[in-house]
Design a binder for this molecule. Structure first.
Ligand code: ZN
Ligand code: ZN
Length: 272
């Protein structure tokens, strides 16, 4: 038995989602996951830009779908409501509006530098440092002022470096990462361990041991675990490795949420 709480799942409500909520739920049940959170995307933009996807209608549709699966799987699978809120610091009033809805859990992520998605940028030897500096400055802004319960895929920059076969220069960014972790801890918030790249681009989690150990040293204790699944096969992916990794980093608990109130659950009991 391993970690049975997947705190980062996308459905087809997300513009990049590939599967409906029912299929994601079915996969979770097959994998003996007990609890999942649908954290569909909601991206905020700079310079007053509004997206064609993300508006109040989008959130209303999300809740319509989630209420259906919550009813359908009642007593079989605990389905919670969540959101992956991108760059909330770019549009604080819009972010606040979205969070007026009753979510169980909120991930705060940086996917974009300004309005430019990291996935759209061609990483090269000549620009990788400049992108990294900007990414971590944006993440600092989010950690300090943004809306979230946990920061999503904290070293997401690493994924895009791996895509271009470039180093993520962790040692160079360690000081700013430390500063970011301190803001997170001071605000009583947490981080997630994200398994999206495992078995695909790299075997590492985002973040992996060096950042997890740093977080622990600084007194961090709030950690969720998420597959960031966009397809049913990825639900709960790599969770046993994550459990071992967390124990190695000195953590004995992970965090679950209800109506944005955190509660710790024991990792050690999961071996029984
Ligand atoms: Zn993300
Ligand atoms: Zn995601």
């Amino acid at each position: 038995m391993s970690i049975r709480n997947d705190y980062h799942i996308h459905s087809e409500i997300s513009p990049d989602g590939k599967s409906d909520m029912e299929h994601m739920c079915q996969s979770a049940i097959e994998k003996k996951i007990q609890e999942i959170v649908f954290t569909d995307h909601y991206e905020c933009y700079a310079y007053g830009v509004r997206s064609k996807y993300f508006d109040s209608e989008y959130v209303r549709t999300y809740f319509e779908h989630i209420e259906k699966v919550q009813k359908k799987y009642q007593g079989i699978l605990n389905v919670k409501s969540g959101i992956e809120l991108g760059q909330s610091y770019l549009n604080p009033s819009e972010a606040k509006n979205v969070l007026n809805h009753s979510f169980d859990y909120v991930i705060g992520s940086v996917h974009k530098l300004g309005n430019m998605d990291l996935g759209w940028i061609q990483f090269k030897e000549s620009n990788v440092r400049c992108i990294g500096d900007t990414y971590y400055r944006c993440l600092e802004e989010l950690a300090k002022k943004g809306e979230y319960d946990c920061i999503g895929h904290l070293d997401y920059y690493k994924k895009h470096c791996a895509r271009a076969r470039l180093s993520d220069q962790f040692e160079y960014y360690r000081p700013i990462i430390k500063k970011i972790l301190k803001y997170i801890i001071e605000r009583g918030k947490g981080i997630e361990v994200n398994t999206a790249c495992m078995g695909m681009l790299m075997e590492e989690t985002m973040p992996d041991l060096p950042i997890l150990e740093l977080y622990r040293e600084l007194g961090g204790s709030i950690i969720t675990v998420g597959s960031d699944a966009h397809t049913p096969d990825r639900v709960g992916y790599g969770f046993e490795q994550v459990r071992k990794k967390l124990l190695k980093a000195g953590f004995t608990q992970i965090t679950v949420y209800e109506k944005r109130v955190p509660r710790q659950i024991d990792l050690t009991e999961m071996t029984k």
